[in-house]
Design a protein around this ligand. Structure first.
Ligand code: PEP
Ligand code: CO
Length: 452
């Protein structure tokens, strides 16, 4: 079907006539519909104007005038929801952005995998333990992590709870971003106690001192720093995988200014490696909303897939709309990514290329824990920069799973988390996350790559 026909027939519910991968088996359609009706009546979480500002920044980044940092939990949870954990994650994101901006000289666009990153695609629909088979855990807004027949039933009221938790989370993020916490004069305060004494923490302190000095210098030159809003506030956008389409549809609203549709559940929505089928429901849904859209591309993605997705999601070639997240794995990126980058360039599609160095490097450790090696993550990032440079593309961003907590989920880093350390503080419900120190380490190394 030509693209114009797709466009004409699009509506927030047009995905329903397509195959939707990775949807939960809701036990009762009526209960689901009631929950979605409830969400439909709730206020939007973000505004269309904010999504447009993000698009503008992404377009500037595409031209080398910015760098996108997408960061946060693999899956947010209901049980570990607290002001402290939100603050600690925001704090790491702010630290990383300062390191990236200071090192690269370009603004960091901050998108938190928060306030909506609840649902998870799974490699298998069921999970078997000791001869018992139950539905897989699909994220806290679908079912419960506990391995129990009742807990694993999909419950639509969880979507409503997910909405409310997202609203509360976003409220706090906005307060942190605009209410003083993100003020550049507090750059030292973002260093957490357990990080301060570490190598990364010390390196960060040196940088923070330099920023202090630069601020003092500007003040001495007579610049009125109080009047410079950019020094006191930041924009923190939100991003998540648009997985549960009923939920995304219920939050899709027409912008009163442009009359265009926006998915107001987050600023940036992405389709995952398992939900990016060209003729599938997720791509259909995302093709019609005007938010910036991300697409994950794994090692099996072909150049035709990459170009087809750009064409389908952005036939008008609008700048600032598409972010392609390469997630190939450290061993494969330099072999698989170049053809994709070249094909998209040849097709003249304006995209921002970014790297998710996490999801292609996950493996099951012999102890049973799902983990990732910090070295593999860095190796993939290096490969990404090499491929971009070789093909005259700006390496436009990084997409990482992290937490502000002192967890032991990924191996390595300067603290050398080893095989036997994983069990100490392995707290994730889904994929292993970088801890605050590893995140800072990654930011320093990425800043160096950007400087080259
Ligand atoms: C994720 O970002 O958590 C995820 C599941 O990624 P991918 O679709 O790339 O596997
Ligand atoms: Co993940």
């Amino acid at each position: 079907m030509p693209d114009e026909l797709f466009e004409r027939s699009w509506s927030p519910e047009s995905w329903r006539s397509r195959t939707a991968a990775q949807q939960p088996e809701w036990p009762d359609e009526q209960v689901l519909d009631a929950a979605l009706d409830e969400i439909r009546k709730l206020p939007p979480l973000v505004f269309a104007g904010e999504a447009r500002t993000l698009s503008e920044s992404l377009d500037a980044a595409r031209e080398g005038k910015g760098f996108l940092l997408v960061a946060g939990d693999c899956a947010e949870s209901f049980s570990s929801f607290s002001a402290d954990s939100i603050r600690d994650t925001v704090r790491v994101i702010l630290q990383m952005s300062v390191v990236l901006t200071y090192g690269s000289g370009v603004p960091t666009i901050k998108a938190a995998r928060m306030a909506g990153q609840f649902s998870k695609p799974r490699s298998a629909a069921t999970e078997t333990r000791d001869g018992v088979t139950l539905p897989s855990f699909r994220g806290d807004n679908v079912n419960d992590f506990a391995f129990d027949a009742v807990a694993r039933l999909a419950d639509p009221q969880r979507l409503v709870r997910g909405y409310h938790q997202s609203a509360a989370t976003l409220n706090l993020i906005r307060a942190f971003a605009k209410g003083g916490f993100a003020d550049l004069s507090r750059v030292h305060a973002w260093n957490q106690e357990f990080v301060t004494s570490s190598t990364e923490g010390q390196r960060y302190e040196v940088l923070a001192n330099e920023i202090d000095r630069a601020l003092r210098f500007m003040r001495a030159c007579g610049i009125d720093l109080e009047a410079e809003l950019q020094l006191h506030q930041v924009d923190v956008y939100t991003a998540h995988e648009a997985l549960i389409l009923g939920y995304e549809e219920a939050l899709t609203r027409r912008d009163s200014i442009t009359n265009d549709w926006y998915d107001c559940s987050a600023h940036l929505l992405w389709c995952g490696e398992r939900t990016r089928a060209l003729d599938g429901a997720h791509v259909e849904f995302l093709s019609g909303v005007h938010n910036p859209i991300g697409v994950k591309l794994g090692p099996d993605a072909t150049p035709e897939d990459a170009v087809g997705l750009c064409q389908r999601l952005n036939p008008g070639r609008e700048p600032g709309r598409i972010v392609l997240f390469s997630r190939m794995g450290a061993d494969r990126i330099t072999e698989t990514l170049p053809a994709l980058v070249r094909a998209v360039k040849l097709a003249n599609h304006p995209v921002l290329w970014a790297c998710d160095p996490m999801h292609g490097n996950t493996f099951q450790h012999e102890s049973g824990y799902k983990t990732r090696r910090f070295d593999d993550i860095m190796r993939e990032l290096h490969g990404f920069f090499d491929v971009c440079h070789a093909n005259d593309e700006w390496p436009g961003g990084v997409h990482v799973e992290l937490t502000g907590d002192n967890v032991t989920e990924c191996l390595g880093g300067t603290e050398k988390i080893g095989d036997t350390d994983l069990k100490d503080r392995y707290e994730t419900m889904c994929d292993p996350r970088l801890n605050a120190r590893q995140s800072l380490d990654l930011a320093f190394e990425t800043a160096e790559l950007l400087r080259r």
